[in-house]
Design a protein around this ligand. Structure first.
Ligand code: 6IA
Length: 149
């Protein structure tokens, strides 16, 4: 069986406060399949840093990866226009989408994600909870998982 292709989305220009979390998530996701977007978890990547690629190249490459993915996992605690856009495109493409957020941000999630019944939007408060969500979503019946074990 071929390995699962996982598109991971996390804030870049929306702010890098959660970058350590993204790195942890990318490492966890790597146990379930190939993570196409490992750079999102790069601790050295800042919202203002320089990169070799133009915005156009980044956009084209990320959309190609998104189209070719089997599942999308988005960390949505830090609001990001790019992540919101990727989630919307993934929905239109019919991809299974898991949106994860942690406690500790006092702002509420956007209603456009929290209120969308076609997304699986789950909170985690510990690494154990996070791992349980990933396991349930990526290992078994991933499109149907809604947070109840
Ligand atoms: O609006 P944001 O920048 O927060 O959007 C983040 C999302 O868009 C991530 O999930 C990525 O998949 C995608 N994305 C945005 N910027 C990049 C990027 N380089 N490289 C790859 N994917 C990206 C930005 C260069 C950086 C030095 C600012």
């Amino acid at each position: 069986m071929s390995r699962l292709r996982i598109y991971f989305a996390g804030s870049i220009r929306g702010g890098r406060e959660d970058r350590a979390l993204y790195r942890d998530l990318v490492a966890r996701l790597g146990r379930y399949g190939d993570v196409l977007t490992e750079h999102v978890g790069d601790a050295n990547l800042t919202e203002t840093g320089e990169e070799g690629s133009s915005d156009r190249e980044i956009f084209e490459r990320d959309l190609t990866w998104l189209r070719s993915s089997d599942a999308v996992v988005a960390e949505i605690s830090t609001p990001s226009l790019g992540v919101g856009y990727e989630v919307a495109v993934a929905e239109q493409l019919g991809k299974p989408i898991l949106c994860l957020y942690h406690g500790g941000h006092d702002r509420k999630l956007s209603a456009m994600l929290a209120g969308n019944p076609r997304l699986t939007v789950l909170e985690y408060r510990s690494p154990i909870e996070l791992e349980a969500h990933l396991e349930a979503f990526l290992s078994t019946g991933r499109a149907e998982y809604d947070g109840d074990f």
